[in-house]
Design a protein around this ligand. Structure first.
Ligand code: CP
Length: 338
């Protein structure tokens, strides 16, 4: 396999199935080491910087803990604490930061921003979420599926329910097409993925032997599913005003017991989190007061059920991000003693 050392990690369209499986193998190995308490400070002396223009719990904490576990120094910058974007262009920031750091993470708005950062930086740049893609989430999700179904995921069927054209759904369609899982985007027509991406994924699926389906029928979409996946109905950066329209359009695509009744008996539930499954959040409470809903994209019963693997999935963000950083910063195989 070609080394990934020095590569940027911007979107999964840039990587082969072999590359993705390599990162999954690394993630599983790092998870085993972490659980066994085996130190793995394999990147001692390196430093990374994390640029967050949007809020985060999992992604930020994953990069920080993964960086510390690997022995690296970690700097966190938010928009209020640096000059990036406001007083210094992305191109200039990239050239400055790569004089200090061995890797740069970016979470923010358009994909073009992280692509520009990568163009001007001399070190690997990692996409921690843009409006278009969420690639680190995919390595965690596929690791979670490996843990549920075994390492060979070919032929499994993953269904994304709801806003099936958001960054997570787009990324899932790509990773499924690459790894040979059948993928179904299940949502109303205005929330379905763009045609060019569906066509690109169908080309990839032909190579991997899988199928890409787009439907507005819950019955068709969930039939025979191994995985039901959903995400919030309004993504970060979208205005509050769209809630009313989204609730109307996406309520039929809620992941609930009726949807699971159509799926395989051992089907599991995934969600990238955070999830609106109750009213114990400010947004959940506000939606309850405005629209009377106590749960949105997933019912509390499904979220809390044994089918739900969402906290394994969240933990796997850290192991996945560690693998991505290691693969792009070093081509040394993991030492056998670890
Ligand atoms: N899933 C995810 O990216 O979570 P955060 O927004 O908390 O990073």
């Amino acid at each position: 396999m070609a080394s990934l050392q020095g590569r940027d990690f911007l979107k999964l369209l840039d990587f082969s199935a072999q590359d993705i499986n390599h990162m999954l193998d690394l993630a599983a190995a790092f998870k085993a080491m972490k659980h066994r308490g085996v130190p793995h400070r394999l990147l001692e002396g390196r430093n990374i910087v994390l640029l967050f223009e949007k809020t985060s719990t999992r992604t930020r904490c994953s990069f920080e803990v993964a960086g510390y576990d690997l022995g690296m120094g970690v700097t966190f910058l938010d928009p209020a604490s640096s000059q990036v974007s406001k007083k210094e262009s992305i191109a200039d920031s990239a050239r400055v930061l790569s004089r200090f750091y061995d890797g740069i993470e970016y979470r923010g708005f358009g994909q073009a921003i992280v692509e520009e950062l990568a163009e001007y930086a001399d070190c690997p740049v990692w996409n921690g979420l843009t409006d278009e893609w969420h690639p680190t989430q995919m390595i965690a999700d596929m690791l979670t599926l490996r843990e549920a179904f075994g390492d060979d995921l070919r032929g499994r069927k993953l269904v994304f329910m709801g806003d099936a054209r958001n960054n997570v759904a787009n990324s899932l369609m790509v990773v499924c097409a690459k790894l040979g899982l059948d993928y179904t985007a299940c949502g109303p027509q205005q929330n379905q993925p763009e045609e060019w991406l569906v066509e690109r994924c169908r080309e990839l699926a032909r190579e991997s032997g899988s199928a890409i389906c787009v439907t507005d029928s819950v019955e068709e979409g969930c039939a025979g599913a191994d995985v039901l996946y959903t995400d919030v109905w309004v993504s970060m950066g979208e205005p509050d005003e769209v809630w009313e329209q989204r609730i109307g359009a996406l309520s039929p695509y809620q992941v609930n017991d009726a949807a699971f009744a159509l799926a395989e008996p051992d089907a599991i539930f995934l969600h990238c989190l955070p999830a609106y499954h109750d009213v114990k959040t400010k947004v959940g409470q506000d939606i309850f007061e405005r629209f009377g809903l106590t749960q949105m994209e997933v019912t509390d019963a499904v979220f809390e059920s044994p089918r739900s693997r969402v906290f394994d999935e969240a933990e796997n963000r850290m192991h996945a991000i560690k693998a991505i950083m290691y693969a792009t910063l070093s081509d040394a195989p993991l030492p056998s003693q670890v």
